[in-house]
Ligand binder design. Structure first.
Ligand SMILES: C[S@@+](CC[C@H](N)C(=O)[O-])C[C@H]1O[C@@H](n2cnc3c(N)ncnc32)[C@H](O)[C@@H]1O
Length: 249
């Protein structure tokens, strides 16, 4: 099918507007089961990857943090744990349902001060220029309709010297492992989604969207085009995920 605007909802060609709306629908549907599904699908590995991201950030208490596509708060809570209740952390997401679960989880942990929750699209955020030291986006960039707009927005919001970290599903290089991974993701993940979240389609989207995400070197090029320097990609777990880094000069 001809798709001049060339956006994809998983493997289905859609217009940019349709993609944004469909992604909103996916996370609205899964919000209440999102955290438990992460554990089921990854066998708990998402926790290891998120912990690794935090170690790479080496959080300092006096920095200002922005967690985009922050969803139910996993990254913000880890930064908070590694810093202090006074550290300023903004959690932003386009989806109010995900943020609402996040706020409840923050309350349960007693995380009241220091955390700010902002509804917004990563492509056009209601946040000032040059205002954060660290920008994180975990398993979020893949879902954004125009990745390049989100990267430019990150450059705008970060202070000079500010650092960008993107944790995202990536591409398994080894052909044998890639086959096993494909079999698992196409056959098992949508079934787990059906059983646990009663929503196989949303998890089918997840699997398909991973394959559409740029490979590390392509993403690094796009990060440089957006204005980042000193870009670096660190694959984890045979390339199942990758941490992409960049700095604003
Ligand atoms: C897979 S979840 C990741 C949540 C959290 N960062 C984590 O690692 O558990 C993806 C999140 O991206 C958000 N998202 C999708 N498109 C977005 C956009 N354009 N701007 C901001 N957030 C977006 C979704 O609402 C969802 O909460």
């Amino acid at each position: 099918m001809d798709n001049p605007e060339k956006e994809w909802f998983g493997e289905t060609p859609v217009t940019p507007d349709e993609k944004t709306k469909k992604v909103l629908g996916v996370f609205h549907n899964v919000a209440s089961k999102y955290d438990i599904m992460n554990d089921f699908m990854s066998g708990g590995l998402h926790r290891v990857w998120k912990d690794r991201l935090i170690r790479m950030i080496r959080p300092r208490k006096d920095y200002k943090y922005l967690d985009i596509a922050g969803g139910t708060g996993d990254i913000a809570f880890r930064i908070r744990k590694a810093t202090s209740p006074k550290t300023q952390i903004t959690v932003s997401d386009i989806n109010e349902s995900m943020l609402s679960v996040g706020r409840d989880r923050a309350f349960d942990r007693g995380y009241i001060d220091g955390l700010e929750w902002v509804t917004g699209n990563a492509e056009d955020l209601p946040l000032p220029d040059n205002s954060y030291d660290v920008y994180t986006i975990a398993f979020g960039l893949r879902n954004v309709t125009h990745i390049d707009n989100a990267l430019k927005e990150a450059v705008r919001i970060l202070k000079p010297g500010g650092r960008f970290f993107c944790l995202e599903f990536s591409h398994v290089k080894d052909p044998m492992l890639a086959k096993i991974y494909d079999t698992y993701s196409y056959n098992v993940i949508p079934k787990i989604g059906e059983l646990v979240a009663k929503d196989g389609d949303s998890y089918q989207y997840l699997v398909e969207s991973i394959r559409k995400f740029p490979k590390p070197l392509e993403l690094e090029e796009r990060m440089k085009d957006a204005g980042f320097v000193r870009t670096k990609s660190t694959p984890l777990t045979f390339g199942v995920v990758c941490i992409h880094e960049g700095t604003v000069e």
